[in-house]
Design a protein around this ligand. Structure first.
Ligand SMILES: [Zn+2]
Length: 118
């Protein structure tokens, strides 16, 4: 995986993470109340660090899984494992990553996984 591509994907993922968090906050009054107590500043930056994940989980917020996937993808970029399937270890095609930057599994494993959870 070349460095330029990884840098681009990391930027995309960070942007998506911020957008997702901003979205969560604007659509959820409980979260708004939590954030209001924080120092003013970049909402997404504050939220990213300080929102209680357990609270999000307790509220059954559907986007939490996507947020987790985005964060694991960012972690995997930092660790140098980005772009390999977490299940079978095969490389995930670039066009799949471009379409779905937080994809952690190749198409085959993802399909199997979804079938299992269905
Ligand atoms: Zn796989």
């Amino acid at each position: 995986m070349d460095k330029k591509f990884l840098e681009k994907m990391e930027k995309t993922l960070v942007t998506q993470k911020k957008a997702l968090i901003a979205d969560l906050i604007s659509s959820n009054d409980d979260l708004k109340a939590v954030i209001k107590n924080e120092e003013p500043g970049d909402l997404a930056d504050i939220a990213g660090e300080d929102i209680d994940r357990k609270m999000l989980e307790a509220k059954g917020i559907a986007e939490l899984n996507r947020l987790k996937s985005i964060e694991s993808a960012i972690t995997r970029i930092k660790q140098g494992h980005y772009g390999s399937c977490i299940k079978c270890g095969k490389p995930i095609p670039k066009d799949r990553l471009e379409a779905l930057p937080f994809a952690l599994m190749c198409v085959e494993c993802k399909t199997l996984d979804e079938r299992k959870n269905a």
